[in-house]
Design a protein around this ligand. Structure first.
Ligand code: URP
Ligand code: ZN
Ligand code: ZN
Length: 479
């Protein structure tokens, strides 16, 4: 099967040029001017941009949390991703114990990955996994390298969520050493778990239960301190580290400080930290904005933009982890009524509001209008942050994140002139709200190809369950 895309303007992380693209089966076969081929499909992309499919390095699909589960699974979340121009998504495996008991090391990893593979059988775009490293002992330490055989080269550690997900600094340091010795990468959620625990206990004992207290009990200084601590530990272990969901201006300062001193630290931010502030949590529907780490201030938004403009940050992911705002009222998704408990679980106690928000579809269209069109980043930086850099860092490049012969034909035809009043009417995220409701967009994906197959054609969904492939990843690059 051959598809020839004619006369588009290709945007890569480094170049912008006009060319034709010939796709043969699942791969890009040729790129050049005036290509002639006996193609099955001819697409005229005059006036359109051609981008590599987006790579979202940070999503949480079908993730159990509190008394519910994130409301997008590996089909609905992937479908939404595709409508936003993303063709690869990476989510996080919860580290479980084998039914026979704890401390089985490799057994636990294999068992946990197996559970996630099962969930992902319905995948609609390509995907891979990171492993949440939420406990650490000698057996776990010994078997971490076995994850590489499963194509998983990333471990996520947490400096917060005491007694649930957090490792102590000793465990994190040893994980960094193991990662260094095996070509793996540690990803870090940076907040101060002890400060959060203390402030939360105090707030609840004073009867402070509204959503704003989620943010007030997770101060920005905690992430500033924890991300510098993480960078410092990485330097002492001579290992790379990738800090997820950077949300505070001071955190970007720390990233810059460490990178200027040669520390192998990389940073990811997410759209919500560019546009929203703690004030959103004061609204009557403030629970919609609850995620961890929380929203900060306009000064923080501005400093994170500056980090993208200057290239201090490396990626823009989403941390897509949606919950219904009102999980007692069904929505209709693909013709069926769906209802999943959501933010209402914490109506009387902010600590019971499931943490997370939707964004997998929103990321690229929102960042294009309010990042590229607004002049904060160039189109090439847009491609770098949303596709090429995550592909490089996470060992998928040039199969993903690249418009070159031999790469997977994950191709987005982007209409830079398409005007959209964004929100629920366009969103395929399986939840009952969109954070960007009513935002005016200029520039939107028109056609999306996954390994040569057209899966989004305007408003039409042509993908299907099971189309997505698990990607075994190699050692990534340090950017
Ligand atoms: O609130 C969030 N971000 N939920 C997902 C889990 C995490 O810490 O990334
Ligand atoms: Zn996190
Ligand atoms: Zn996350």
């Amino acid at each position: 099967m051959k598809t020839l895309i004619k006369n588009g303007t290709l945007i890569t992380a480094s170049d912008t040029f006009t060319a034709d693209i010939l796709i043969e089966d699942e791969r890009i076969a040729r790129i050049g001017l005036n290509l002639e081929a006996d193609s099955d499909h001819l697409v005229d992309a005059t006036g359109k941009l051609i981008l590599p499919g987006g790579v979202d390095p940070h999503v949480h699909l079908d993730l159990p949390m509190f008394d519910t589960v994130s409301s997008d699974d590996h089909y609905t979340g992937h479908k939404a991703a595709a409508f936003g121009g993303t063709t690869t998504a990476m989510d996080f495996v919860v580290l479980e114990s084998t039914p026979s008991g704890r401390g089985q090391g490799e057994g636990d990893f294999q068992y946990s990955v197996g559970l996630w593979m099962k969930k992902a059988e319905k995948a609609a775009i390509d995907y891979s996994f990171h492993m949440n490293l939420t406990r650490f002992d000698d057996q776990i330490a010994k078997t971490i390298p076995s994850l590489m055989d499963m194509g998983i080269q990333t471990l996520k550690v947490f400096t917060a969520y005491n007694r649930r997900l957090r490792l102590d600094d000793g465990g994190i340091f040893k994980a960094l050493q193991i990662a260094r010795d095996n070509g793996m990468l540690v990803m870090a959620h940076c907040e101060n778990g002890d400060v959060i625990e203390t402030l939360t206990t105090q707030a609840l004992s004073e009867g402070r239960t509204s959503p704003i207290w989620h943010a007030l009990t997770r101060p920005a200084w905690g992430v500033v301190e924890a991300s510098l601590r993480m960078a410092a530990m990485a330097e002492q272990a001579n290992a790379p580290v990738y800090i997820v969901h950077m949300n505070a201006g001071g955190e970007v300062d720390m990233l810059q400080y460490a990178r200027e001193r040669g520390v192998k630290v990389m940073g990811e931010t997410c759209p919500q930290y560019l546009f929203f502030t703690i004030d959103h949590l004061q609204r009557p529907d403030g629970a919609k904005w609850i995620c961890s780490p929380p929203m900060r201030t306009e000064q923080d938004n501005a400093r994170i933009w500056e980090g993208l403009t200057r290239g201090t940050l490396q990626t823009v992911g989403t941390d897509h982890c949606p919950f219904f705002y009102n999980g007692t009222k069904p929505i209709v998704y693909e013709g069926s009524e769906i209802v999943i408990p959501g933010k209402e679980l914490g109506r009387d106690d902010f600590t019971k509001i499931p943490n997370g928000l939707p964004g997998i579809q929103d990321r690229m269209p929102i960042l294009w209008t309010y990042g590229v069109n607004a002049g904060y980043i160039t189109p090439n930086q847009f491609v770098a942050y949303t596709s090429t850099n995550p592909a490089k860092i996470f060992g998928l490049y040039p199969r993903k994140g690249a418009l070159v012969p031999g790469a997977d034909a994950d191709v987005v035809i982007w209409d830079p002139n398409k005007q959209v009043k964004y929100g629920m009417a366009h969103s395929h995220q399986r939840t009952d709200y969109n954070l960007y409701e009513g935002w005016d967009l200029m520039g939107y994906p028109e056609k999306v190809f996954l390994r040569g197959k057209l899966i989004v054609d305007g408003a039409e969904w042509k993908g299907k369950r099971g189309d997505g492939k698990f990607l075994k990843r190699n050692q990534g690059e340090i950017l």
